[in-house]
Ligand binder design. Structure first.
Ligand code: DP6
Length: 325
């Protein structure tokens, strides 16, 4: 059976940075995110009797040995659950080409998981798909449910999964992803996670986490944008402070990243409610309400930031009828 899944990337307002278990990808803390409407991956999987190894194609690009291995390992997880031995043909398309500065292991592993479990004939529920996706890439488990999502850190693999806390229609937010550099990052997030504990600030970060998550969810519930934006921005700075004070330190920002961070704060002083968040890369995510979108994009263009993708909240990973082969 052939199956095709479409999965959104997601942006975390409360970040996942640090693992309790590297192999199972169990996070130290819960995280909260929103699925993105305009950055997504589509993947078709078919298990076949007549092929001698997994055949993997992503956007017709050449994959590194490491990238291929990570995908094969994930197919092995699905084969183990389904108790099958057949190799798979996997064709993936990202709606963002390589070298754009956008890389999403979240959408990639979420789409691969749902397509593979469906192609293997497994009737898994959303929780089980999220648990499997998490083992491919932690943040992928948040791309599975709809809209606004929380990832419960849990104590073991079976209780570390994501669920929807509000549907995509809950709040008309925007995440305007501003691309700063086309170069791929020098330290992958998987490597970065393992350095977190070497930062003297990491313990403090974790201690304040549950209050911060509660406050963020309250702001989301009450649609209190000022509070929501401020927690989101402060949280990103908190994570980057840990990154920069790890041994060895990791710097994801480029000069243009900082320039836009400062501009965002200036725009706020000019009564434009917009906040930023940044993941493990140089791109900036500008968070605003739908009614501020036009002003934010005009400001971006006026300041020479022309390369951006406007996202609304979106549904999670789902099957589609159009196969890629
Ligand atoms: C900074 O999910 O990419 O984007 O589990 O090793 O694949 P792995 O890590 P990944 O880490 C994402 C880190 C982050 C924060 C976040 O999305 O929560």
């Amino acid at each position: 059976m052939k199956a095709t899944a479409k999965a959104p990337a997601n942006i975390a307002f409360i970040k996942y940075w640090g693992k309790r278990d590297e192999i199972l990808r169990l996070p130290v803390n819960n995280s909260v995110s929103m699925n993105l409407s305009d950055i997504f991956t589509t993947t078709t999987v078919e298990f076949l009797k007549n092929i001698k190894k997994d055949e993997i194609r992503i956007n017709n690009e050449t994959l590194s040995v490491k990238e291929k291995e990570r995908i094969v390992e994930h197919l092995n997880r699905v084969r183990a659950v389904a108790d099958i031995k057949d190799y798979a043909r996997v064709v993936t398309q990202n709606n963002f080409p390589k070298g754009t500065g956008i890389a999403s292991s979240a959408s990639g592993f979420a789409a691969l998981t749902l397509a593979a479990v469906s192609a293997a004939g497994l009737g898994l529920d959303e929780k089980a798909v999220s648990i499997l996706a998490r083992q491919g890439s932690g943040s992928a488990c948040r791309s599975v449910p709809d809209g606004f999502v929380e990832w419960e850190a849990g104590n073991c693999s079976e209780d570390s999964f994501s669920f929807s806390i509000f549907p995509q229609t809950w709040w008309n937010l925007r995440d305007i992803v501003v691309l700063i550099s086309k170069k791929s990052k020098r330290v992958s997030s998987s490597e970065g996670h393992s350095l977190t504990e070497s930062s003297p600030f990491y313990k403090t970060r974790i201690q304040g986490m549950s209050d911060k998550i509660k406050d963020l969810k309250d702001a989301l519930k009450n649609k209190d944008f000022g509070k929501f934006g401020l927690i989101t921005e402060t949280e990103a700075l908190n994570m980057h402070a840990v990154m920069m004070t790890s041994t060895p330190p990791i710097f994801y920002w480029l000069p243009k990243t900082l320039e836009l961070m400062l501009l965002t704060r200036k725009w706020r002083e000019e009564q434009l409610p917009v906040y930023f968040t940044i993941d493990a890369g140089s791109s900036i995510h500008l968070i605003c309400e739908g009614k501020s979108e036009k002003r934010v994009t005009k400001n971006l263009k006026d300041n020479g930031f022309d390369n951006f993708v406007i996202n609304k909240p979106s549904r999670g990973t789902h099957l589609v009828d159009e196969h890629l082969f």
